[in-house]
Design a protein around this ligand. Structure first.
Ligand code: UT7
Length: 313
């Protein structure tokens, strides 16, 4: 069996940090409400940066760390629901910025907050027949551009950012995946593109119920596929960073040991497709995530989509 191996990661957050305190001057909210309901204290919003800028910086970091050159990349995928343009894709523009070869397979994919894991799976499959042995998988979002900044139900939840991974295809490694989609348009929807101003519409409670159900189910399915009886047999669990209460709820249901489930939404908010690669990069750079570790990661979001992967780092 072959599996994707993540050789290195990178991340880029826009410079501007926006605290709950600052948002409470624009809408009727408070640091106390936002932090107690979501675990979020602050997030980054783009000012002059584009989604492409974030993707380029994160990708360059990952390529430098992997010591992989532009001439060795055969696949370039960007998970995003907030591309700079409906067309051209961010992946095509990234190809030009990074100097990737013309025959690189480049496209964006939209699986909302599950986008990075959909990208990882797709890149792994494409590498079987790609012109070169390495893939670049990026999650990049500028959600601040599609938010209604006067709606307290959503404007406190999201942040901008990008995370990237350089991936190769390795034989003899174990990896398991789960995927799903429910064809749901009422729980989360983003208007546009088009003349109508974009805005995120979300039934937070419905998404919360969906999230705790599919995250727990995905983890149980992945453990079973790997022949493990407890989540505590893993070294790390990295869930999409939408809400600390979702992560804590699942960790409690699975009787996870303290600290097994990583959380960083306090500083970034929900960065959708970027949240998992940003978290993986933080874990690698801080020395917590090391080669040989067994990592389980799960994304979920609009669609309603979800994806999980259990892999050896
Ligand atoms: O990437 C995946 C996408 N999204 C998610 O995973 C989101 C999942 N859902 C959630 O995280 C939570 O449902 C939210 C954080 C969005 C909301 O938390 P909640 O505990 O479900 O709150 P609620 O929507 O039931 O609102 C409770 C109250 C309401 O007031 P009333 O009707 O009880 O008077 C809201 O109007 O809190 C009010 N409220 C706020 N108050 C202060 C809603 N947003 C705010 C706010 N500040 N920002």
């Amino acid at each position: 069996m072959s599996a994707p191996q993540i050789l290195a990661t990178g991340r880029c957050l826009p410079d501007r940090v926006v605290t709950n305190e600052e948002l409470s001057k624009a809408v009727d909210t408070s640091d106390e409400w936002v932090f107690s309901r979501t675990g979020i204290h602050s997030r980054h919003f783009c000012t002059t940066e584009t989604g492409l800028d974030l993707a380029v910086n994160a990708a360059r970091q990952a390529m430098d760390r992997a010591r992989v050159t532009a001439a060795e990349i055969g696949v370039c995928l960007v998970g995003t629901f907030t591309p700079d343009h409906a067309s051209p894709s961010t992946a095509c523009l990234l190809q030009r910025e990074l100097g990737l070869m013309e025959n690189t397979i480049c496209f964006d994919l939209n699986a909302a907050c599950a986008g990075f894991l959909y990208g990882l799976h797709t890149a792994h499959a494409l590498l079987a027949d790609a012109p070169r042995p390495y893939a670049l998988v990026v999650g990049a979002e500028v959600i601040s551009r599609v938010m209604d900044h006067t709606n307290r139900n959503t404007c406190v939840l999201f942040g901008d950012g990008a995370g990237a991974a350089v991936v190769s295809r390795e034989e003899g490694r174990s990896w398991h995946t789960v995927f799903g989609s429910r064809g749901d348009r009422s729980s989360i929807r983003v208007q546009g593109p088009g003349p109508v101003p974009s805005a995120i519409h979300m039934d937070g409670k419905a998404v919360f119920r969906f999230a705790v159900e599919v995250v727990e189910q995905s983890i149980r399915q992945l453990l079973e596929k790997e022949g493990l009886s407890s989540v505590n047999d893993l070294d790390l669990v990295v869930c999409h960073q939408a809400n600390a209460r979702i992560v804590d709820h699942v960790a409690k249901k699975l009787k996870a040991r303290e600290g097994l489930f990583y959380k960083n939404m306090d500083r970034y908010g929900n960065t959708s497709a970027a949240s998992i690669p940003i978290a993986l990069d933080e874990l690698v750079q801080s020395g917590v995530l090391r080669p040989g570790m067994r990592v389980l990661t799960v994304g979920f979001g609009g669609g309603l989509t979800w994806a999980g992967a259990l892999l050896e780092w």
